[in-house]
Design a protein around this ligand. Sequence first.
Ligand code: NAD
Ligand code: ZN
Ligand code: ZN
Length: 385
Amino acid sequence: MKAAVFHKIGDISVDNVPDPIIEQPRDTIIRVTSTAICGSDLHIYDGFFPQLRDQVMGHEFMGIIEEVGSGVNNLKKGDRVVVPFPIACGNCYFCSHGLQPHCENSNPDHYGPEGDMLSGRGAALFGYTDLYGGYAGGQAEYVRVPFSDYSLRKVPDHLTDEQVLFLTDIFPTGWSAIDWGNVKGGETVAIFGSGPVGLMAQKAAWIRGAARVIAIDPVNYRLDRARRVNKVETLNPHEVDVIEAIYEMTGGRGADVCVDAVGVEAERTVLDKVKAVVNLEKGSIKALEMCFQAVRRGGTVSVVGVYGSPYDNFPIHRLVDKGIAIRFGQAPVQNYIDELIGLIQDGKVVLDDIISHTLPLAEASRGYEMFKKKEDDCVKVVLKP
Ligand SMILES: NC(=O)c1ccc[n+]([C@@H]2O[C@H](COP(=O)([O-])OP(=O)(O)OC[C@H]3O[C@@H](n4cnc5c(N)ncnc54)[C@H](O)[C@@H]3O)[C@@H](O)[C@H]2O)c1
Ligand SMILES: [Zn+2]
Ligand SMILES: [Zn+2]
């Protein structure tokens, strides 16, 4: 079959690889009909998450069941399904506490409690390096889904792939950010990053009753899209002092909830880059620092942006002085997905308005390049195998 294969930093190509087969009774093989490129894929592409051997990319995908293992009783060949990106067994301590990205059974070789850079990582994720389980991802014609009886969700025929594809990751991720921020109604929510994840967090903030949603991004076309599809207020750090602007908009207090939907690959100045070299730091925590500044005293910072390595000069003093609550993590997609399918079916949210490009899988490497370099006003790339 054809698949988008990571070879080395900056090198992803569509190659012929062996078809997946059923390996465990709870496995299912899916024929992928739609898959997307994520900001998290860029962290592998750009070398922030190390991967030494070839690996089929992709953790946002859906399709039609081709074959089911002998242990799967709730699914059958021909079912149309979406696939949550964390691989989770459904039975262990963490799965039964709604913490599927920490499943004890999907990443046996590299799992552990300490969460270090090269050992003791969390649950497996599709197509997300050997440290996260080494499973082939879904930017491919076919994919093997472990523990499929627990994770897969059937989707109604009348909804298009594009309407439901983002249930696999970015909508539940944006939802997690807002849920972790305890948004209950009336809050001012400032969302740093207006890429696909930021756009989904904006949608979630409105649904959960935020009074004001402010999107921050240095790239104007992404802010244009945010205003157009989500009717949010926007701030560009190249044009205004974002922190001052947020204080001004909130009576000098700051936002009730700040979301980091940027992660380690935040835009940096030359000075930031020099500082990172001096401190032996990879990437940047710029967006996180801005969240700590922009949030009000006693507020919450919700971090769905991904960070892969330690960082010195962490502004711990500000957390103490302002009494900030923080939440970090990968989204527990399986917890939220049923409620979120309901929102789509009831017409309470539209997700496909963030798609800027649809390409054949064969053009995956162009898709990666365009998404990374923000060419042609690229926001979200959907690939069709
Ligand atoms: N926690 C999870 O479960 C989960 C799931 C999916 C993605 N993610 C992570 O979310 C992050 C965003 O993903 P995405 O797909 O939207 O990627 P993306 O790279 O398209 O979006 C990041 C956006 O942040 C903007 N940005 C850069 N520096 C900024 C700054 N200082 N302030 C404000 N905005 C800034 C960029 O211009 C870009 O629009 C990534 O780190 C990704 O790994 C996490
Ligand atoms: Zn993703
Ligand atoms: Zn589990």
